[in-house]
Design a protein around this ligand. Sequence first.
Ligand code: CO
Length: 134
Amino acid sequence: MIGRLNHVAIAVPDLAAAASKYRDTLGARVSAPLALPEHGVTTVFVELPNTKIELLVPLGEDSPIARFLERNPDGGIHHLCYEVEDILAARDRLKAEGARVLGDGEPKTGAHGKPVLFLHPKDFNGTLVEIEQV
Ligand code: CO
């Protein structure tokens, strides 16, 4: 059911410093910062030949990554995103298999303008999983 790894998201304490590390130290192609108020984050996309890295900092009061950064002040891998062809079919199959879908279970529009859902990390070996319809 899942397809390509769409991105790895890394929560960072300082977006400009992290973007500079990827651009200047690692020599990657790095986007301008993009604010995503619906998701409570500002993100920078790092474009790699086979996937993307998304650098995330909290945006607003109720950011879902604020607590993560409190526990991981240097930053850390926050979630993995896998591509699916049909997000509603994927959701229904996951729920039937006993996986917990976060939030109200309805897809939100993700950072790339496509529908996304998040799955409970306890159901996936401690990894927060995002699925994105492509
Ligand atoms: Co993501």
